[in-house]
Ligand binder design. Sequence first.
Ligand code: KG4
Ligand code: ZN
Length: 335
Amino acid sequence: MIQFFDAPVLGIESSCDETSAAVTVGSKVLSNVVSSQADLHRKYGGVIPELASRAHVEAMIPVITEALQTANMSIGDIGAIAVTNRPGLIGALSVGVSASKALAWAHKIPLIGVHHLEGHLLSVFANQDVPPKLPSIALIVSGGHTEVVFVSGIGEYKILVETLDDAAGEAFDKSARLLGLPSASGIEVQRAAMGANPKRYSLPIALPGDDAHFSFSGLKTAVLRLVEREGESLNKNDAAASVQHAIVEALVAKTIRAAQSVGCHSIWVVGGVSANESLRTKMKSACDSIGASLFVPDFQFCTDNAAMIALAGSARLAKGDRSDFDLDCLPNSPL
Ligand code: KG4
Ligand code: ZN
């Protein structure tokens, strides 16, 4: 059973290209404001760190103000501040961490630095009346990470499956770019794939016999070859459906096998790619077929958001963890 902090928590997230602030009380999310920089970076085809930091500076105070207003609170009502301090873009992280230190110091409230992936893990608790079960198998699937983790408590994580190369979100994004979809993101692949034929083009489902690893870089090469071979006659919708099929099949198969290998009947799917409808549907039927319960966050808590950071910080604070004012930002950090 996971306990949460007994006072309202203000969460702050700025590890990549979303500035976000949220207020939680227990597992209830009172506000979750996300300001995305996607439009700013689109023309460069990727996140430009210097631009990201500057945009976080501009958005930080307005986003925090809106999160407090939506929660109908003032900063004086907040009992602690939770902030993503690792991993991420160092300049981007520093903006959220500096703002959090200033607020915690000025209002004499505890501060807790949160690992971004622990935030994604705890996103399954957001607004859940029936708390997700532990121990659990969690598929963390985002733009930077693809891991299956055995979760037995806060801070008790054992990685069972990891990727040898690209993350699944990266495979979605790169395939979207190669197919010439409106933007290089997984949501565009999902849109293009809707109602299309996933069997028209055969793309590799990676490493079927290796239960300890994912690999998505071969898929990217296969998509490149497909685009070159088919040229003008490529059906983009069927190609997008084939990409989605190849990624989702690998994610579902390895998560289910990991759950079976440890005899676990609770499965969580978190991170940006957990917003994918096909993944949600296929994971649900796979869980039903082995008698496991599936927990996935609401869509607003799948991609980067501060509510998940407030929840992870809240769980850490309830265990007695606190950060000092010398809290560092780390570009890389294992879960
Ligand atoms: O968790 P997240 O917001 O940021 C990271 O921590 O990386 O995940 C972003 C990733 C991107 O690769 C994005 O394309 C992917 O999640 N994503 C999706 C969908 N929505 C977001 N991929 C597939 N289908 C979606 N509906
Ligand atoms: Zn993330």
